[in-house]
Design a protein around this ligand. Structure first.
Ligand code: SF4
Ligand code: SF4
Length: 186
């Protein structure tokens, strides 16, 4: 893998995602130490992303590596569809710079072909909670209208095939390879 080329790709991707987060900032309450989105997920990642995550892992202290190995072993002993990411330690991602692409999209209301998904943390008083009505368990147009928001509420399609710039990937000669759940790479 060409690390330089993948990092160039990530720089463009991060810029694109930052614009989306900025656009929706009135509804976003992500902050350091908030890690619910890394505690229940499948985390699909491509082979290329996984190779990059491994580079992040190699830079960690031996103690941290031991904690991650233990987390992985516990997951292997007790397989679950949705699981806590083994790289999450004390509510913090220990390979943050090297995290996968899906990790960079957590927190935005997402539109797919068939549905609109609001980040689950709206029920925890976090993203989009300012327009969530717990009584109906739905986003509330009434709260939206009362809120006087400057920016319209808008879902984005953040599926990998939409969010990734494949022309740039081709130009940079990147081959993402197979995609599977993080735990299945480990
Ligand atoms: S790699 Fe980091 S950001 Fe991604 S799910 Fe794991 S802990 Fe969260
Ligand atoms: S997406 Fe939700 S759970 Fe994740 S950091 Fe943001 S506010 Fe916290």
């Amino acid at each position: 893998m060409s690390i330089d080329n993948y990092e160039k790709f990530l720089t463009t991707l991060n810029n694109d995602l930052n614009k989306i987060f900025k656009y929706q900032e009135e509804y976003i309450f992500c902050k350091e130490g908030c890690s619910f989105c890394c505690e229940q997920g499948e985390y699909p990642v491509s082979e290329l992303e996984f190779e990059y995550m491994k580079l992040g892992y190699e830079q960690l202290s031996e103690d941290t590596k031991e904690v991650i190995k233990k987390n992985i072993q516990e997951l292997k002993n007790n397989p679950q569809k949705m699981y806590k990411c083994p790289f999450l330690i004390n509510k913090s991602c220990c390979i943050y710079k090297h995290r996968a692409i899906v990790c960079r999209t957590f927190g935005i209301m997402t539109e797919t072909k068939d549905s609109v998904k609001v980040p689950f943390c709206h029920k925890l008083g976090l993203n989009y909670s300012n327009i969530y009505d717990p009584k109906t368990d739905k986003l509330s147009m009434e709260l939206y209208e009362k809120g006087n928001f400057k920016i319209p509420l808008k879902p984005f399609n953040l599926e990998p095939q939409e969010v990734m710039n494949f022309d740039l990937a081709k130009e940079l000669n990147l081959d993402f390879g197979e995609r599977k759940r993080l735990i299945d790479w480990l």
